[in-house]
Write a protein that binds this ligand. Sequence first.
Ligand SMILES: Cc1cc2nc3c(=O)[nH]c(=O)nc-3n(C[C@H](O)[C@H](O)[C@H](O)COP(=O)(O)O)c2cc1C
Length: 193
Amino acid sequence: MENNNKVSKILVVQGSPRKKGNSIALAEQIAKGAESVGAAAERIYLHDKNISPCQACYACQRPDSSGCAIDDEMQPIYKKLIDADCWIIASPVYWFTMSAQTKLFMDRCFALQAYKKDAFAGKQIAIAMSYGDTDTFNSGCVNALRTFQDAFRYVGANMVGMVYGSAEKPGEIKSNQSLMDQAEALGKKLVGK
Ligand SMILES: Cc1cc2nc3c(=O)[nH]c(=O)nc-3n(C[C@H](O)[C@H](O)[C@H](O)COP(=O)(O)O)c2cc1C
């Protein structure tokens, strides 16, 4: 019998080097919304992890693959990604797309299905982004949002929503109350509340 009281597990993937920055503040607000309805969130700060770029060896794509051939700090993250019901991915816009830390993480997710068949199926995903320009298109944020949409559609995950806004100084985005409210509401939606 299905346990409807199961606590939703959330993994917050922090793709900005600024721990007190804007994209992480938005992601925290999404997590706060989810936690307010009983979810449990764990954070991963990518910037201090030793994660190499994908080396295109395709070992992860072999039918008998046991995972990514690179033995680095992405290995425990694969397990956490599989265990989590929902992912919140935070990234600043750098040079008209997501940060390098986030892109590197995304590339390495190519191997996720070697750890578990259909690993992306049913994952509930939220994106939090910030940018310096005042315009979502001119900033390049739209490029990154489209990349996330295309990638997660391709692998069969469920993109629940995206929050994004303009801010420069660390944490400045918190003064955008309507965006913070939108982020909190997305957190509840992420876990189906
Ligand atoms: C290396 C670098 C590149 C950036 N490139 C862009 C850009 O292309 N478009 C933009 O609107 N803002 C750009 N910014 C500004 C950041 O996106 C903005 O300050 C954002 O709020 C930072 O998010 P964070 O606080 O989560 O790190 C850039 C900042 C840095 C450090």
